[in-house]
Design a protein. Structure first.
Length: 229
């Protein structure tokens, strides 16, 4: 079991962005082979996808430094931005190109009564006493089960959301590596099949949350987290 890192004087822990980038670039070389072995293949881990993911981790790191609660009422724009980062990075031209998609995502994000942001924020507010591992896993389940929180990029944005929850408690962020990405994607595919509001979701969500929390804890790498200087 990994214990939370000791608090610094400032009480803020940050992501080691250089270590995260090295891990993602290392994974990119093997991802096609790993992906081919999955029943539910995912988008290739191209250089653009890695760059966009890094833009997302940078946003998480900024939120940690500024002590922004991404799951507080009134901070929903930050959750939309997490998704925009994994799709577009910080490139203004790419954001203009995908503006219709981002607008449709925003409408879905706010208007969906089963899978929208209210469902996620209310779930999190009601489960703050869970361990950080289970809060992170539960938030991920609420985000990527059907209907999903965002129209695209749910797995990547969900990993960033979990990273913020964990790092806020002094625990390592979620970073896909050669060893961790396969089990994580298999687990995510099962979670995606859960439908919010269904009897199956009611029965299976606690088990899915606990299995994911155990997976996160087993795969946690303290090398991706650094204390504030």
């Amino acid at each position: 079991m990994i214990a939370p890192a000791a608090a610094t004087a400032a009480g803020v822990h940050r992501l080691d962005l250089d270590a995260i980038q090295r891990a993602l670039c290392d994974l990119a070389g093997d991802f096609a082979e790993i992906n081919a072995q999955l029943d539910d293949p995912h988008e290739p881990l191209s250089a653009v996808v890695v760059d966009n993911l890094m833009a997302g981790y940078e946003l998480v790191d900024q939120a940690l430094a500024a002590r922004i609660d991404l799951l507080a009422f009134g901070q929903s724009a930050q959750l939309l931005e997490l998704n925009a980062r994994v799709l577009c990075g910080s490139d203004p031209a790419e954001r203009r190109r995908l503006a219709p998609h981002l607008a449709a995502t925003e409408q879905h994000f706010y208007d969906d009564q089963q899978g929208g942001v209210r469902d996620l924020v209310e779930w999190y507010a009601g489960h703050r006493r869970l361990s950080a591992w289970r809060r992170a896993a539960g938030a991920y389940v609420r985000a990527i089960s059907t209907p999903q929180l965002w129209l695209e990029g749910n797995h990547r944005a969900g990993a960033l959301l979990m990273s913020w929850i964990l790092a806020r408690d002094g625990l390592p962020p979620v970073v896909p590596t050669r060893a961790s990405v396969g089990p994580m994607l298999v687990c995510s595919s099962r979670i995606k099949q859960l439908r919010k509001g269904s009897f199956g979701m009611l029965l299976r969500e606690p088990r899915a949350r606990n299995e994911l929390a155990q997976l996160l804890e087993r795969q946690a790498d303290p090398g991706f987290l650094r204390p504030a200087g």
